[in-house]
Design a protein around this ligand. Structure first.
Ligand SMILES: Cc1cc2nc3c(=O)[nH]c(=O)nc-3n(C[C@H](O)[C@H](O)[C@H](O)COP(=O)(O)O)c2cc1C
Length: 190
């Protein structure tokens, strides 16, 4: 099949849909966040790309702390809402029940089955966004979302994001095991 040139968008397909939490002046603030990735194994670190125009951007620069919260599929509407309005104009502090771990500027969302608090360790300035790298101070969940002590995607029910079609998607079926599915091929070929 002939490949066709489809432009220059950053097609990362899919992305996890998350909510970034921070302290904006004296109140908690939240924004939808799709541009998130793991960036270091030990110590564990996350990278988040935040547009320089967002209220959350200034808040992370000011406090050096933030949280990443994984909403469930039941939270699509409120997740989208915090991605539509800015803390510069709208107070988003009372939308969720909150809890705190070790950091006082990284509010976490009780309704989210999986949350992580991060301390900023490095910032990469890019033309429109800053790539904030945060060291994970601690991650939180509840017994009901775990299997054998680790987060279980079937219990957490996170949702995915695709751009530029702007779709939210639920997660499909387990189709294999990582670091395992290729083992017989490795045996044959190496
Ligand atoms: C699903 C979704 C994902 C988003 N992902 C990001 C992102 O990764 N980085 C970013 O800078 N903005 C992202 N946005 C836009 C911000 O969430 C949005 O501009 C928000 O209103 C900023 O809030 P603030 O000004 O209170 O920080 C996303 C929006 C939506 C709806």
């Amino acid at each position: 099949m002939a490949k066709i040139h489809i432009g220059d968008q950053a097609y990362v397909m899919p992305m996890a849909t998350t909510i970034l939490g921070c302290r904006l002046n004296d109140r908690p603030n939240f924004m939808a966040l799709g541009w998130l990735t793991r960036v270091n194994f030990k110590p564990p670190m996350l990278g988040v790309a935040v547009n320089q125009g967002h209220a959350s951007h200034g808040a992370i620069v000011d406090t050096g702390e933030f949280s990443v919260n994984f909403p469930t599929i039941e939270m699509v509407e409120i997740t989208d809402y915090v991605g539509l309005v800015s803390g510069k104009r709208v107070d988003k502090s009372d939308l969720f029940n909150l809890f705190y771990g070790e950091l006082k500027n990284a509010p976490m969302i009780s309704e989210c089955p999986l949350t992580v608090e991060c301390k900023l360790v490095k910032t990469v300035e890019l033309p429109t966004n800053s790539f904030f790298i945060g060291e994970i101070v601690a991650a939180y969940s509840e017994e009901r979302f775990l299997t054998d002590g680790v987060p279980d995607i079937k219990k957490i029910k996170p949702f995915l994001l695709t751009m530029p079609d702007n779709g939210y998607w639920s997660v499909g079926e387990l189709i294999g095991r990582a670091w395992s599915a290729g083992k017989s091929m490795r045996k044959q070929l190496t």
